[in-house]
Design a protein around this ligand. Structure first.
Ligand code: PMP
Ligand code: GLN
Length: 390
């Protein structure tokens, strides 16, 4: 008998790893997996080096350094007006681990979990591994609207949980106040817990402050908010994230975390605590760079004849291939473009379970100017060859 759990028997590598490996093999520009090319902020490098020299390099507390937990509370108080206390915060090894801990804590055999598609790729496999069933609600481009009727229709007596990724990767959509209120109201009426994957909360280009589902009336007791220093500081390899929840729920999440990774490297925790304490002015140049890159890629794609979908957040832009006059699927486009044009992208259909669009491509813009120009030029030329393909 095969000793491997059926979920893992034929599981493919993630689309991000797949495309990054192809980018490397073909020497392509990597606009696939989401990460910035900027060098790390020197203050973050100095902080982590200082922590390794001067602080403990042994196991920190399982729930995270008290200083980091306090810094997370302060950061959310300043930025989002949240009133969290340190006992409501658990530090994890990235948001991916936070998601795993939350799903293991909250999903029981036979539970149904509502997922909005497109969805981050770890949600559904983790729900299934925990014995639950993901139930998809399909969002539709170009506005990716959250619809009350669609949501209500997906709820059954087995529904226990909902996962909301706001802002939404890959679409860059930000839920409106009315949509958040509708989702909160649904959670309360049907007694659902919400896992709020808010890793993109600080990567917004609409000038508005992030509004957490956890902050909506009646949600404090039934929301698990997840964040990631990887996105806030553009340091994806640091894998330092956190969970925020109230009372017994926070304790239980911490217990799930203690048997996943137990704890997260202390030097990274010290540096993230320092970084979260920085002023808005300290964060501004990074944000300006990302906004400029976003504008450059958007303009370049537009001039090259690609239709860019609206969005307001994340490091990604989405292109509607069909509207751009390109007849091949997003998967075919990505697989060919990385080989033939030397540009890696992500087909959005890879982040979609069930029947969804097959004509949307995600591109990461956090690259320097010449890299973006070169990628656009290559995609423009590639586009001509695709057109000629019968
Ligand atoms: N959730 C979403 C929606 C993401 O986009 C990502 C990373 N791109 C993660 C979770 C994982 O974050 P981390 O790298 O902190 O594990
Ligand atoms: N979340 C990142 C993205 O959307 C990738 C994370 C990963 O590679 N697992 O690009």
């Amino acid at each position: 008998m095969n000793p491997i759990h059926p979920i893992y028997v034929s599981m493919a590598p993630t689309i991000f790893e797949h495309m990054s490996a192809l980018a490397k093999a073909h020497g392509a520009i990597n606009l696939g997996q989401g990460f910035p090319d900027d060098p790390p902020h020197p203050d973050m490098v100095a902080a982590v080096a200082r922590a390794i020299r001067e602080k403990s390099n042994q196991y920190p507390p399982a729930f995270g350094l008290p200083e980091l937990r306090a810094a997370i509370c302060d950061f959310y108080r300043r930025r989002q007006g949240l009133a969290l206390s340190t006992d409501q915060v658990v530090v994890t090894s990235g948001a991916t681990e936070a998601l795993a801990a939350a799903i293991l804590t909250l999903v029981k055999e036979g539970d149904e979990v509502l997922l909005f598609q497109p969805a981050y790729d770890s949600y559904a496999p983790m729900i299934r591994r925990a014995g639950g069933t993901p139930v998809s609600i399909h969002l539709r481009p170009p506005d990716w609207r959250y619809d009350a009727e669609q949501l209500a229709a997906a709820i059954t007596p087995r529904t226990r949980l909902l996962i909301l990724n706001d802002p939404l990767n890959p679409a860059g959509k930000v839920a409106s106040e009315a949509e958040l209120a509708m989702i909160a109201d649904t959670c309360i009426r049907h007694d659902l817990i919400a896992i709020c994957d808010e890793v993109w909360e600080d990567v917004r280009f609409d000038g508005l402050p992030h509004r957490s589902l956890l902050a909506m009336a009646g949600m404090a007791e039934r929301a698990v908010k997840i964040g990631s220093a990887g996105k806030i500081f553009g340091l994806t390899g640091w894998k330092t994230g956190w969970l925020c929840a109230s009372g017994d729920l926070a304790q239980a999440l911490g217990r799930a975390h203690q048997f996943l990774t137990f704890t997260t490297p202390p030097a990274l925790q010290w540096a993230v605590a320092e970084g979260l304490g920085q002023s808005d002015d300290w964060f501004a140049p990074q944000h300006r760079r990302w906004a400029a890159s976003r504008e450059q890629l958007s303009r370049g794609l537009d001039v090259a004849g690609f239709v860019v979908l609206p969005g307001a957040a994340t490091w990604f832009l989405c292109v509607d291939l069909a509207a751009s006059g390109i007849a091949i699927s997003d998967r075919d486009f990505s697989e060919r473009a990385v080989r033939e044009a030397g540009v890696a992208t992500i087909p959005v259909s890879a982040l979609w379970e069930g029947e969804g669009p097959r004509h949307i491509l995600r591109l990461c813009f956090t690259k320097d100017g010449p890299t973006i120009d070169a990628a656009v030029e290559r995609l423009k030329r590639f586009r001509e060859t695709v057109r000629e393909t019968p």
